[in-house]
Design a protein around this ligand. Structure first.
Ligand code: HEM
Length: 396
């Protein structure tokens, strides 16, 4: 891979996109990329303005539902998601969701996270015929080294969605089904989804709604937004766990890492700023407007580089330094304004438990590369012949 990302979207999966983001921050407040047909915003203050501007919407006015989904059964759910809509109804529905989430306690999220860790340990041990307490240990099964990275990837991918499903009162068995279904649902939202993927997405959507009906009574929009919790937590929280593991290697923190909740929470909070799993989001301009002195015409699209904002010196002192002693500040990794993530604290608690568990394991030597996603930064680990401390992303 080149040293400089090809463009702002490719940056999400680049080994080190942060010098490129720094260069963008030093340029104009909003820069137009004619090849991508996108305006780019990289400074925290400009991104904040966009996230609170009434003309900056989460969907294009001409396509409230992606065209490839319009004639499918997924479209109805999509159109009810607070993540995909703007305005008064969105705010009312979000208030309901936030109220429901506020009934959860940190202790409950931690307990269900540990329960899910144990559940996954036993499922993965059965699936790969490994000892449950030595899932990732090199040499735990002769000739099994390559499988250990696979087991690790699967553990990281499944843990957050399993926890959120349990928080929604799913049984462990329903949670396991939901973890598979949500992947199919998310896959069908991608603009290049083919007929088979869309059909699998419709099936998954029906399965998830049926499960939600068994555990909750509520209007269609409420069930759609509970499904939305599974969707929103899935990849982003897995990315936070994977990137926290990478931070341990890159920042050479393993020797001083502590297997206690306080250390792990500080770690994931700093990773959320320093190397976040959601690198960007978009806003669609619904009326001519001026932002940071730049005229944005109606119909234009802005790419908000949230990950660049995390390294903005105007926002954080010594922003390029990874520090576990920062006082927590508002983090644009979880957005701001009407669409700010209501699950940030849940994500951090799940990731902290995952790290506490992983730090107690004997991990195999690892390398990683980033998955091919447009806004997510999610590592995929694979087996390396090098010792763990020397591990590097292969794309470096
Ligand atoms: C590290 C993990 C996570 C990250 C980085 C993250 C990030 C974000 C971001 C950036 C947005 C807003 C996007 C925008 O403004 O365009 C968002 C929205 C949302 N997130 Fe999260 N999220 C994470 C985990 C979770 C979890 C665990 C849940 C649920 C338990 C959740 C629920 C939601 C919901 C429902 C929305 C839509 C809010 C709205 O549009 O008003 N997220 N998240």
């Amino acid at each position: 891979m080149n040293n400089v990302p090809l463009h702002a979207i490719a940056a999400a999966q680049h080994a080190d996109p942060y010098p490129y983001y720094a260069m963008l921050r030093q340029g104009a407040a909003l820069q137009y990329d004619p090849a991508l047909k996108l305006w780019l915003a990289s400074r925290a203050e400009v991104i904040r303005q966009l996230l609170t501007h009434p003309a900056a919407k989460v969907r294009p006015a001409t396509a409230p539902v992606p065209p490839h989904l319009v004639a499918t059964s997924v479209s109805e759910v999509f159109a009810m998601l607070i993540r995909m809509t703007d305005g008064g109804t969105q705010q009312q529905h979000k208030a309901w969701l936030q109220q429901r989430l506020s009934r959860l306690t940190t202790t409950e999220v931690q307990q269900l996270s540990w329960q899910s860790v144990q559940q996954l340990q036993s499922t993965l041990a059965d699936k790969y015929q490994l000892a449950a307490d030595h899932l990732f240990s090199p040499g735990s099964k002769s000739g099994a080294e390559p499988a250990q990275a696979t087991v690790l990837n699967e553990f990281i991918r499944l843990l957050p969605v399993t926890v959120v499903a349990l928080l929604l009162n799913f049984s462990p068995c329903q949670a396991a089904i939901a973890a598979v279904a949500i992947a199919d649902f998310i896959a069908c939202l991608l603009p290049d989804a083919d007929a088979r993927t869309i059909s699998a997405g419709e099936q998954a959507c029906a399965t998830l709604l049926a499960q939600l009906r068994q555990t909750t009574t509520g209007a269609d929009w409420q069930l759609a937004n509970l499904l939305g919790l599974l969707m929103q937590s899935y990849e982003a929280t897995s990315g936070l766990i994977g990137n926290s593991l990478i931070a341990l290697f890159r920042q050479q923190l393993l020797p001083m890492a502590q297997t206690n909740p306080e250390f792990c929470l500080l770690l994931v909070h700093e990773v959320a700023r320093f190397d976040p799993p959601v690198q960007n989001t978009r806003r669609f301009i619904s009326a001519d407007c001026e932002i940071a002195g730049v005229l944005l015409p109606q119909g234009s699209t802005v790419l908000l580089l949230l990950a660049a904002a995390g390294r903005d010196e105007q926002q954080y002192q010594n922003a390029e330094q990874f520090r576990l002693d920062r006082t927590p500040t508002e983090n644009l990794t979880f957005s701001s304004g009407a669409h700010r993530c209501p699950g940030d604290w849940i994500a951090c608690q799940i990731a902290a438990v995952a790290m506490e568990f992983l730090l107690r394991q004997k991990l195999p030597p690892l390398q990683w590369q980033y998955q091919n996603l447009t806004n997510g930064r999610l590592p995929l680990f694979f087996h390396s012949d090098q010792p763990l401390q020397a591990s590097q992303g292969v794309t470096e």
